[in-house]
Every structure is written in structure tokens, then in C-alpha cells.
Write a protein that binds this ligand. Structure first.
Ligand SMILES: Nc1nc2c(c(=O)[nH]1)N[C@H]1C(S)=C(S)[C@@H](COP(=O)(O)O)O[C@H]1N2
Ligand SMILES: [Mo]
Length: 414
């Protein structure tokens, strides 16, 4: 719909939209930008960045097909619990074509086990107590497309996240049964997928977490998702589920867990993968490897899942806006929404999580003062008082952890 001439000088000296530019935008939009005077510096309404009014009825979006990476548009994440057909897919290599649960085994080995031990999948189910938790999985690269300058990797928008209900046994129960040495520092997983080059000596990915996270109650070795077998793409028949941390730590097609006496050094634990600079860098600056640290708990974030961006509302209609919020290892204390580019905020009604590390649902009722174009923003604050940034957060060379406020665009008819 709206298109702008890139040579147009839209902003004045101070970075605010020029009056003349505003007139052009209004013509292109076909309606008034109601809170145009509240637009932050250098802020271009969404309608001119992407085309929010044209995304209606779009399904899941394939970001790459080899390896397979698929994201879920925000409005398709409206369910309280993400159903299997709406959970994003992030593969680093080529997934196994088929798996056999009857012969599947899990081996626990590594420098820091007293003795390696192998369990059949059935034995895991028989020997250990079962637990079910709702756990948020979010790819650390979710939101990458929002970084400028652009960083390489899959250009996730908002949909590399979901919260399903996982059933399995606690990793800590298995590790206690195996017996650990005092020098255990980290765990590392190994999965049955293969490197994209088909070189059997290379792994697609082999990441892990420190013992303190591995031993949490909610860290599961799971065989079921939403009460059914895990879908093959999401790691059947067995996967690790580590809620609140980069989902890259939740190993799929899991066959081995190594208990390490040092930080796990598998594929994508080294180099700059899943790491951010220790000290904040100027956008575009890529410091040496020694200046990076591993991402642990993910930052506070939220999504507007209803309505869909592009919704057309009638004059006088009140809108029941809703979505989810999550905060890595923390919980969410408050969600606020704005319909005037962040000039004023209204507190949303926020539910507690079903269990630790589950996402929380929120709703808010919006009344619009007059017809025109609006953007609706949501902003979550975690239990430590940390909120989502309204614009791009700290830029980093690999484009991780973009937790800027999600916003949708709506029009209210005259
Ligand atoms: N074995 C294996 N486990 C893996 C991956 C992978 O490619 N292979 N991808 C990781 C990454 S980067 C993410 S974000 C999540 C994605 O889980 P999903 O595809 O079930 O949504 O799985 C993680 N576990
Ligand atoms: Mo990921």
C-alpha cells in the first residue's frame, strides 16, 4: 500500500517528522495518524516500514528450507498453549527422517559422571517420576530482523517463540541416578540430526547449560508435547526442554547428555554463536571473540496476539487487546499498553504463570478517541523491574535478544 520516495526528507533537524512529510503519509495511509504529534524521534509509522495492513490470513512463514526454519506470525500465537502446528521450527542441520521410539536410548556420559549409563526410552518412563510444565522456548535470534545495521542469520521477526506443555522426567533425577563427580560444571547434549554438509564427523549443534540450570525442577527430558508424542520436527522421540534460556539449549532428537568438568565445547558453544559482547558496543562494531559472553536467561518480552495487525475497527468500538508475556528465568510483574506511540500507558490485566517459566496471559481494553490510524504497543516489566525497550535494544553482532516492544497497526473507521 503506502510507498515513499526514499529521497523524501521525512525528518526535520531534530529527527521529528516534518509537517510536509506528515501530510504525505496521511494521504498514502488514507487516514489520519491520530497521535502524530507523539511520534518519537526518527520513528516512522509501521505502515511505512512493513505493510501491516496487508498481512491478513498469512500462515506460518518459512525463513529457510535447508535447514528448515519456520516462524509463526504473532496473531497465530493467540492460543494459551501453543499447538504443535503453530510452534516455530529451528533446525541447524538435517533432521532425522524417521526415529524409532522402541529402540531409542539416552546415554549419560562425560568427564564428570561416576560411570556412564544408558537408558532405553521405556526405562526412563518407568523408572522416574513424570512432570508436566508449560515452558517458553524462544530462539535467541528471535527479533533479529529488527536490528540495524542488519546482522546475518535467519531474519526472524517476532515468531520464533512458543509455549507448549511438555511432559517428561527431570534431568536432575536422571543425573542423581547416574551419580556425578564434584567437578561437574556443565551439561552438553547430542542429537541425531546431521550437519548440513553430511560430514559424519561434524555435528549440527551440541549446546548445553551450567549445572545450576540443568538441575532446576523444570529442566525436562521430554517425550510428549501438549499430551501427544513430540512432532518429529520438534525433536521426537526425546528432547531436552530448558525453559527461559535460548531455545538452542533445548536439544532435539536427544541421544546423549555429557556431564562436563568445563564449559561444554560442542558445536555452537564456541566462537560467537549464542553470545553477546560483554561490554555494549556501538552498532556495527564486532569485537574479538574473547570479548563475548554466553547468553543465559532471555530478556523480558511480550506479544500482542489479538487482533492481527491490519485490523479495521468501527468507530466507537472498544477493543479487547490480548497477548502473552515472559521473562526468561524471571516472571512478569506488569504489562502496559499504549495507543499513542508510548506517550501514555495503560496497565493491562495480567495473569500469573501456570508454573515457573510459563508465559503469562494479558488483556487490555482500548478506547479510541477518534477515527484514524493507530499503533498499539505492549510493554512488559519483569519481577526485577526491568522493562522492554521501546526501540531497538543494545545492538550486537549476531543479532540476538531483540526484546523491543511488539506493536501492531489498526485503523478505526470514520
Ligand atoms: N538436535 C538439535 N537440537 C536443537 C536444534 C537443532 O538444530 N538440532 N536447534 C535448536 C534451536 S537453535 C532452537 S531455537 C530450538 C528450536 O526448537 P523447535 O524447532 O522445536 O521450535 O531447538 C534447538 N535444539
Ligand atoms: Mo535458536
Amino acid at each position: 500500500m503506502a510507498s515513499l520516495n526514499p529521497s523524501d526528507n521525512l525528518f526535520d533537524r531534530r529527527g521529528f517528522l516534518q509537517k510536509s512529510a506528515l501530510a504525505t503519509l496521511t494521504t498514502l495511509l488514507g487516514t489520519d495518524i491520530v497521535f502524530a504529534d507523539k511520534l518519537p524521534q526518527h520513528y516512522l509509522p509501521m505502515a511505512f516500514e512493513v505493510d501491516p495492513m496487508a498481512t491478513k490470513n498469512k500462515g506460518l512463514v518459512v525463513l529457510s528450507d535447508k535447514p528448515w526454519n519456520v516462524e509463526t506470525p504473532a496473531h497465530l500465537l493467540d492460543d494459551a498453549i501453543t499447538p504443535a502446528d503453530k510452534l516455530f521450527i529451528r533446525n541447524n542441520g538435517l533432521m532425522p527422517e524417521k526415529v524409532d521410539p522402541a529402540s531409542w536410548t539416552l546415554t549419560i556420559n562425560g568427564e564428570s559422571v561416576k560411570q556412564a549409563k544408558t537408558y532405553k526410552l521405556d526405562d526412563l518412563k518407568k523408572h522416574f517420576k513424570h512432570y508436566t510444565y508449560q515452558l517458553v522456548l524462544e530462539c535467541a535470534g528471535n527479533g533479529r530482523s529488527g536490528y540495524f545495521p542488519k546482522t546475518s542469520g535467519n531474519q526472524w521477526t517476532d515468531g520464533g517463540v512458543g509455549c507448549a506443555e511438555w511432559t517428561g522426567v527431570r534431568l536432575k533425577d536422571i543425573l542423581a541416578d547416574v551419580g556425578l563427580k564434584d567437578d561437574a560444571v556443565y551439561i552438553g547434549y547430542y542429537g541425531k540430526d546431521v550437519h548440513i554438509s553430511l560430514d559424519p564427523k561434524k555435528e549440527a549443534i551440541s549446546r548445553g547449560v551450567p549445572m545450576r540450570k540443568a538441575l532446576e525442577d523444570e529442566t525436562l527430558v521430554a517425550w510428549a508435547m501438549n499430551g501427544q508424542d513430540i512432532p518429529l520436527v520438534n525433536g521426537a522421540p526425546l528432547r531436552l526442554v530448558v525453559g527461559g534460556w535460548p531455545a538452542s539449549t533445548s536439544g532435539k532428537w536427544l541421544h546423549t547428555i555429557a556431564v562436563r568438568n568445563k564449559v561444554h565445547d560442542g558445536t555452537k558453544m564456541t566462537g560467537k554463536s549464542y553470545k553477546v559482547p560483554i561490554n555494549p558496543v556501538e552498532p556495527g562494531v564486532d569485537p574479538p571473540e574473547s570479548q563475548f559472553k554466553i547468553i543465559e536467561s532471555m530478556p523480558v518480552k511480550s506479544l500482542v496476539t489479538f487482533p492481527q495487525t491490519g485490523a479495521m475497527l468501527t468507530k466507537g468500538q472498544t477493543l479487547n487487546l490480548r497477548g502473552h508475556a515472559w521473562a526468561g528465568d524471571r516472571s512478569v510483574r506488569e504489562v502496559a499498553v499504549s495507543h499513542d506511540f508510548g506517550a501514555t500507558w495503560q496497565k493491562a490485566d495480567l495473569k500469573p504463570p501456570k508454573n515457573r517459566l510459563a508465559w503469562q496471559h494479558w488483556t487490555a481494553t482500548i478506547k479510541f478517541p477518534q477515527p484514524g490510524y493507530y499503533e498499539l504497543w505492549a510493554r512488559a516489566t519483569d519481577d526485577a523491574g526491568v522493562s522492554q525497550p521501546m526501540v531497538m535494544p543494545q545492538w550486537n553482532p549476531e543479532g540476538y535478544c531483540n526484546n523491543a516492544c511488539h506493536r501492531i497497526a489498526v485503523k478505526v473507521g470514520a
